[in-house]
Ligand binder design. Structure first.
Ligand code: TXE
Length: 480
């Protein structure tokens, strides 16, 4: 059993109310630790520490900030095994996945923004004929709040924190109460890297108490949030009348559109990955698969054959491709969606059942599930399931599939498989999504803007977009 503590002012401390929450291991369903059930008072303490640190941190040279961020990145890399195992135990994802994706990406986030801040420049405009020059100051906002979810715990936590502190802000952050461990471990790394105390403060606890206290805090001036669409709407309601800057990365229900003229082998392999990576718990997963009618039958046979080969198992086994879902509650939600699909006359082509793993009977395992549907507007094809469940359906024309792809409340990402350039240009222009992949999936370049439209959120993170979000632009006009 471990005990997680809050990280405030560079030190670890218990919650002031001494209340605790259970930390579950999804691989066996057992309680394996305790985490603070922090109150408003702890958030206030974190805020005070951040406020104290801000005057000095915001004036720290870019070189120095960059050096510290890169040091954090190196320390994460040096401790990759410990972090990957901790992430896997907390989240249920295979250790191999945490080692290949989550922890390297968390390290990249610090390295990337450590470098990016040294290249971040603002503009000046000479007002010709008016004897004046304007220049833009990009100043840190002050104290900002970062709230992250459980699906890619350290990966998404650091995606927010790294640009926030690189830009000179001090942070009050809350990881998901379901997966707190790697954020807890990050505190030691920050101390070791020489991050001044109070620059980053991590408060653990429930969304509706600890998270809400961050959002409601009168002097936390910006909120960067990744999580469910419903929570995002709730946060926006609180933050809007307080005029806070908001970046909301919310859910997705992303189309994966497959034309007959695509590179079939590459498409098939990538589509399996886009459907079931991280047990389908990635907001970018292509959960709605549309296949051109002429190859639909072949695709169906080949795809199901590949999905049936996927190995569901304990996260620490090297052979495991799908680990456990994150929580009992989430497993029940996903199973409930499979039931809904059945009632809607969805045809379960494979999967659909919970998996019991010997010696880990209490774990939250589920078969990768493929459901054939006949209408675009059924619930299973419209609502975010966020598990190892995809739908498939044929289409006949480009216009028909474009219409179906867009007829959903979300607009995070879309994937397109075709070798026709004109079609690529037509569709990428018209697909309603913030991110479009053509003949690939999840190929990430951290310089690119990242975010969604419609119910998938507002604002963009990534590259200079994130540094713009975490700074205020101030125009200075000098008449000479
Ligand atoms: O997320 P929540 P949940 C989707 C997915 C999932 C659904 C619900 O469909 O099934 O959302 O998941 C904090 N004020 N995604 O309920 O609650 C919370 O503590 C401030 C998509 O687990 O949105 C956690 O740190 N904060 C998503 C974070 O918000 C609050 C990834 C996210 O949790 C809060 C995860 C409040 N009132 C789920 N209430 C993606 N876009 O990748 C909760 N939180």
């Amino acid at each position: 059993m471990h005990t997680i503590q809050n990280y405030i002012n560079g030190q670890f401390e218990n919650p002031s109310n001494n209340e605790w929450l259970d930390n579950y291991c999804p691989a066996n369903g057992e309680i394996y630790g305790q985490i603070p059930n922090s109150s408003k008072d702890d958030v206030e303490r974190a805020y005070q520490a951040a406020e104290l640190a801000f005057p000095s941190w915001s004036k720290t040279t870019l070189d120095e900030r960059s050096r510290i961020l890169i040091k954090i990145s190196e320390l994460l890399e040096a401790n990759i095994q410990q972090f990957a195992e901790a992430e896997s135990k907390d989240n249920g994802k295979p250790v191999s996945l945490a080692k290949a994706i989550d922890i390297p990406r968390a390290a990249s986030n610090f390295r990337f923004f450590g470098n990016a801040i040294t290249q971040f420049a603002s503009e000046s405009h000479e007002s010709v004929g008016q004897d004046a020059i304007n220049y833009t100051l990009r100043q840190p906002i002050g104290i900002v709040g970062c709230i992250s979810p459980w699906n890619l715990p350290l990966y998404l936590f650091t995606w927010k924190i790294a640009p926030a502190i690189a830009a000179g802000n001090c942070v009050v952050a809350k990881p998901s109460e379901i997966t707190p461990i790697t954020a807890f471990l990050l505190g030691n790394i920050c101390n070791e890297a020489g991050l001044p105390k109070g620059v980053l403060n991590i408060v653990h606890g429930l969304g509706k108490i600890t998270g809400q206290a961050i959002v409601e805090h009168p002097y936390i001036k910006a909120i960067s949030f990744t999580g469910g669409t419903k929570t995002g709407a709730h946060i926006a309601k609180i933050a809007a009348p307080m005029f806070k800057k908001l970046s909301l990365e919310l859910g997705g229900k992303n189309p994966n559109i497959i034309f007959a003229d695509c590179d079939y082998k590459g498409m098939l392999e990538t589509t399996v990955r886009a459907s079931f990576s991280n047990q389908g718990q990635i907001c970018l997963c292509g959960s709605r698969i549309f296949v051109e009618a002429s190859i639909y039958k072949k695709f169906k046979t080949d795809f199901i054959a590949k999905v049936n080969q996927l190995k569901v198992g304990h996260p620490s086994s090297e052979a495991t491709q799908l680990g456990a879902l994150v929580s009992k509650q989430h497993l029940e939600k996903v199973l409930n969606y499979i039931d809904i699909a059945k009632k809607e006359n969805g045809n379960i082509l494979c999967g659909g059942n919970q998996v019991i793993i010997k010696d880990y009977e209490g774990g939250y395992y589920l078969e990768p599930t493929v459901i054939e549907i006949s209408t675009n507007d059924c619930k299973i094809n419209q609502e975010e399931v966020f598990g190892p469940v995809v739908t498939i359906m044929p289409f006949n024309t480009e216009n028909e599939v474009l219409h179906m792809a867009n007829a959903v409340r979300y607009g995070l990402s879309a994937t397109l498989w075709t070798s026709n350039l004109k079609r690529t240009m037509r569709l990428t222009n018209q697909l309603q999504a913030g991110i479009i992949w053509v003949n690939t999936w999840m190929l990430r370049d951290l310089r690119t803007p990242f975010g969604g439209i419609k119910a998938s959120g507002v604002g963009r993170e990534g590259g200079f977009e994130a540094l713009r979000f975490f700074t205020e632009a101030k125009n200075v006009c000098i008449k000479y």
